[in-house]
Design a protein around this ligand. Sequence first.
Ligand SMILES: *Cc1c(COP(=O)(O)O)cnc(C)c1O
Length: 373
Amino acid sequence: MTNDEILNLRPTWLEIDLKAIQENAKKVMNHAGAKRLIAVVKANAYGHGVHAVAQALLDIGVTDFAVATVGEGVTLREQFPQENVTITLLGVQDVKQTPIMVAYQLAPAVATIAWLEEAMTQIKQGQQLPVQLAVDTGMGRMGAHSASSVKSLYDMIQSSEQLVLSGVFTHFATADDNNVAYYKKQVKNFYHWVEAANIPETYWHLANSGSAIWHHNEIDTNTIRVGSVLYGYNPGTPELTMPFKLSPVLSLKSKIGSVHCLETGESVSYGATYTAEKPQWVATLPIGYADGYLRRMSGMKVLVDGHIEHVIGRVTMDQIVITLDKMYPVGTVVTLIGQDGDQQITVEDVANYANSIPHEILTTLGLRLPRQY
Ligand SMILES: *Cc1c(COP(=O)(O)O)cnc(C)c1O
């Protein structure tokens, strides 16, 4: 059996609308006035399946991608061997992986002279490593952190025959909340430092989703580097509203596996935390926290036949129990994320309920769930 056939043996699945991802890419580019999009597809395209998502974006002309790890980069390069596709590695990389990054033409984010010197000892004559100069203007994770270190890195890259500059970027810590002062400080640092180093604008990319949505007038957005907005959710804190409507991308569905009636006083699941106060129909679904439906989701709403029901008792590793207003047949579809009739449960709703953010909910969705496109 293929992996997909194996995954489809259990009736719990994700539905992913690739057209919606394409629409969202176009919407955010229009909104921000961007000419070029670096699509962030790290962590399996935020849980959506990197292979299908990257292909859908390539189909509308996107040729620049960013991932987090060397392994993710290799996977993507095997999918897209063509030279015009660029692949950026956003995180700190082990310099010992330089030969792999050269072979697969992956452009790591670079932050120190020492790293570049060490990398250059591993690049053979006639080969080149593309690099992305990281500027730490306030995120505090990685990057050159002053005008002089930006300049010395840039000069070193420019003077080396083994290194090719792919871009220069910074990452914002507060683009998606109300801390405008901190944001402005980061913008100012970036402009001061890259201008002092004489790095041409064509190399710059600053905007993540929050910047592209709420700050496109304050920064250069010729090239934007976004993830969350592609996947159709508002990346901001709940008080920040979207200036345009995103197309919803992902649904999480399961089918009723069994139905039974609880008598008054009978309880459900570990810890017997839920007890029926009157006779009541309930159903068991084959999904649990091993699928990324977090233990904290106990009490959350789900949709059955277009109306709201609730998860009762503890979420277990592979199964949950939900309320029913009446008996439903085994096999009835239940929506845990997505639309059913007039009702909708968004990724944001799930994230709020779990006291988390959509990014975490999506990247936690288990590999045991088949992704249907
Ligand atoms: C993850 C990441 C992004 C994408 O952020 P979104 O808020 O999802 O758009 C952009 N840049 C860097 C450096 C990242 O690590």
